[in-house]
Design a protein around this ligand. Structure first.
Ligand code: HEC
Length: 102
């Protein structure tokens, strides 16, 4: 039964494709508010008076990519849309967010 490990590898490879590029965009576009590991900065949460879920948390990770994309491109609650990212860069940032753990 060699098929299962190969299938798992292919799934992991497709999920994480783009994550290294996404990390760079995340660092310049998201990290200032969400922190290097998506943990969320207390000062930002306080400024917006919101609870910022760590991006690696179950609350965020259970959202489909389409929701994360919408948050980035259209904003969500107190978060304003993030400009300056093309479609691929948004997809790469989402791939990076998928690698985050709480
Ligand atoms: C200016 C600060 C700021 C920047 C920059 C920022 N965010 Fe946010 N983000 C927030 C705040 C504040 C919230 C909480 C919003 C709320 O709950 O009203 C949030 C919420 C989120 C959420 C959770 C939305 C939900 O459904 O609960 C995700 C996912 C997210 N941000 C991803 C990103 C990504 C990815 C980037 C970079 C492309 C980014 N954010 C850039 C401030 C920021």
């Amino acid at each position: 039964m060699k098929i299962i490990p190969i299938a798992i590898f292919l799934m992991a490879a497709s999920v994480y494709a783009g994550a290294p590029e996404g990390k760079a965009s995340f660092a310049s576009k998201c990290q200032g508010c969400h922190g290097a590991n998506g943990e969320g900065k207390a000062s930002i949460a306080k400024m917006f008076s919101v609870t910022m879920h760590p991006l690696g948390s179950k609350e965020i990770q259970t959202k489909p990519d389409a929701d994360l994309k919408k948050t980035i491109t259209e904003g969500h609650g107190k978060m304003k849309p993030v400009g300056g990212l093309d479609d691929k860069q948004v997809a790469d940032v989402i791939a990076f967010v998928r690698t985050l753990k709480e």
